[in-house]
Design a protein around this ligand. Structure first.
Ligand code: 5AD
Ligand code: MP5
Ligand code: SF4
Ligand code: ZN
Length: 560
């Protein structure tokens, strides 16, 4: 184990999510069985509801002493899976898919999402979906990223020169995946970058992404002009060897695009983009990421690391959205996509940033047109700039819109965006916020099975099964806590109201009473009501006839 003998990581959060149990579906693989995780939410009416589960074995451990040795890492399950022979020199999911081979990774994600493995193979072969799975990340439970599948979310973690430790970052990874992070990126730029990543990798059940230029910059003591292709290349190989599943490479920031950002309100906000712009200008040379791109393809192909072609010129403000700098870079990413795929390397494309709502969909249409529908992976986008401290919300608005339009993975933004390094609480807020955006998009796209959870929760809500409402939610702990803030007593868990309206004004209770009355009086259907109306009319006319059939009834003389 290449991590240090001292153990900087004491513990991480374990145990099932409230009201649910981790389970595994057994499906046949090429050689042996595959165990596909899911989470079973038990309902108080005896039913249950199963949901996708990203949390790895951590939620399976019911007690803290069941936690594996973090220094050893998670079981290396995927080492036992079948690995097909290389096709045209490439041992990648893309190469195998194109050759008609359904890998164990494809079977696994198909079972995980309720799709046919052949459909998975087709999407991967077309480059419309990727399965980031470095052969050196055997702890991985593979996931598929593509617009035909459930929208995925990424949580960024990692230290900075200002704050955080290895222990905190490992816990952030576990915490992010507990709440539904489909992938994590280790964006560390502070101390012990290699060792931090090693601890994260060995304990990560989800695909891990990085931006290798950050560590390369650290190696040259933070001076971008001192970067070289060789330093970058060696850093990429070092990270491939550690098992990183996808890498952001800002190879579309070309020398001639740098001036395009000169008059922007916020210049270049991408770290990788600004680093490469600084290098290109200082050397007055084309970016080494661009000129050496084919060598990079050969390295990534060797490990089946997926490219995440970076948006180094993404807009960092509403004013800069959809400008020439941004779209010039996107055209270059389209060109690089074709090259990477010709090497059999899987590709996704990173997207903005800060974009007002009316300019969002154009981003997806252009990306699809220019990049052969490679999965789009966007940072938000933030739909307005005016709410620092609430940028998980400004960005989730954009994220929901861009996901509905076809974005495959949403990179979360936390409440700390533009203000500081997110802590564990911010990570959870970011993840839950992005699960909302992703799920809202799945619903709008008619993703099979997406709506059943809404329906189950709504039924529980209408039937005042409070515990089921909590447990079916994205964050059962907070839902319960909020309810119990005003009505903590046990009987309130079946009460037909909450403290919002109180017992007399609870509309759902009144509505249920209306329904019960209707049933009791046979007034459920329109026909029942028409029949009742007709009967009432008949009774009235009978009454009229009985009274002598007179239209004018003389008033009593005394009251005249
Ligand atoms: C590209 C995005 O990456 C995020 N970002 C950059 N570094 C970190 C980190 N160490 N932890 C969490 N998020 C980070 C910022 O939110 C930025 O917007
Ligand atoms: C969707 C997305 N885009 C970009 C980055 C990298 O950050 P940067 O470009 O600032 O180096 C990221 N982590 N996620
Ligand atoms: S988030 Fe902070 S450190 Fe990063 S670009 Fe903005 S101001 Fe600079
Ligand atoms: Zn920003």
């Amino acid at each position: 184990m290449p991590v240090s003998s001292s153990t900087p990581v004491s513990t991480v959060t374990v145990g099932p999510i409230e009201g649910s149990q981790k389970q595994y579906l057994t499906v046949p693989g090429t050689d042996g069985d595959l165990h596909v995780p899911f989470r079973r939410i038990a309902l108080t009416n005896g039913d249950h509801h199963d949901v996708y589960d990203t949390s790895g074995p951590y939620t399976q451990y019911v007690a803290e002493d069941q936690l594996h040795d973090l220094a050893e890492g998670l079981p290396k399950t995927r080492d036992a899976w079948n690995k097909p022979a290389a096709v045209d020199g490439a041992s990648t999911q893309l190469a195998w898919a194109r050759a008609g081979i359904i890998t164990d990774e494809m079977r696994f994600v198909a079972a995980r999402e309720g799709f046919d493995p052949e459909k998975v193979r087709e999407e991967v072969a077309a480059g419309r979906a990727v399965i980031p799975a470095n052969r050196k990340h055997p702890e991985l439970e593979p996931a598929i990223i593509g617009k035909a599948f459930a929208v995925k979310i990424n949580a960024n973690i990692g230290n900075s020169a200002v704050t955080s430790s290895i222990a905190e970052e490992v816990e952030k990874m576990v915490w992010a995946t507990r709440w539904g992070g489909d992938t994590i990126m280790d964006l560390s730029t502070g101390k012990d970058i290699h060792e931090t990543r090693e601890w994260i990798m060995r304990n990560a059940p989800v695909p891990v992404g990085t931006v290798p230029i950050y560590q390369a910059l650290e190696k040259v003591k933070g001076d971008p002009t001192k970067l070289t292709w060789e330093i970058f290349r060696d850093t990429v190989i070092e990270q491939c060897e550690q098992g990183v599943d996808y890498m952001t490479v800002h190879a579309g920031v070309l020398l001639r695009y740098v001036p395009l950002a000169a008059n922007r309100v916020t210049g270049i906000v991408s770290r990788g983009g600004s680093i490469m712009a600084a290098w290109c200008l200082a050397h007055h040379e084309e970016s080494f990421l661009y000129t050496h791109f084919r060598e990079l393809c050969e390295i990534l192909r060797e490990y089946d690391v997926t490219f995440s072609l970076g948006d180094g010129l993404r807009p960092g403000s509403i004013a800069d959205a959809n400008d020439e700098a941004q779209f010039a870079e996107l055209r270059t990413l389209g060109e690089l996509t074709k090259i990477a795929k010709s090497y059999g390397v899987q590709v996704m494309i990173e997207g903005p940033g800060h974009v007002p709502m009316h300019k969002i969909v154009e981003n997806v249409r252009l990306e699809e047109e220019l990049c052969e529908e490679a999965p789009f992976y966007t940072l938000g986008p933030l739909a307005t700039d005016i709410a620092p401290a609430y940028d998980h919300i400004t960005s989730a608005i954009g994220a929901a819109i861009i996901a509905q339009a076809g974005t495959a993975m949403l990179c979360y933004v936390t409440p700390k965006e533009h203000l500081g390094l997110p802590n564990r609480d911010d990570v959870k807020t970011g993840v839950i916020t992005y699960k909302i955006a992703a799920h809202a998009a799945d619903l709008a796209k008619g993703h099979p099975g997406a709506q059943s959870r809404d329906d189950e929760l709504s039924k529980a809500r209408f039937e005042f099964r409070w515990v089921d409402q909590f447990n079916l939610s994205l964050d059962p702990d907070t839902a319960r806590e909020f309810h119990d803030e005003t009505l903590p007593a046990e009987p309130a868990k079946t009460a037909h109201f909450c403290s919002m309206c109180g017992p007399k004004f609870c509309s759902m209770r009144i509505s249920a009473d209306v329904r019960a009355y209707a049933e009791e009086h046979n007034l459920v259907t329109q026909e029942d009501i028409d029949a009742k109306l007709a009967a009432d009319m008949a009774a009235k006319s009978q009454e009229f006839a009985d009274a002598g059939g007179r239209v004018y009834i003389p008033l009593e003389p005394s009251r005249a």
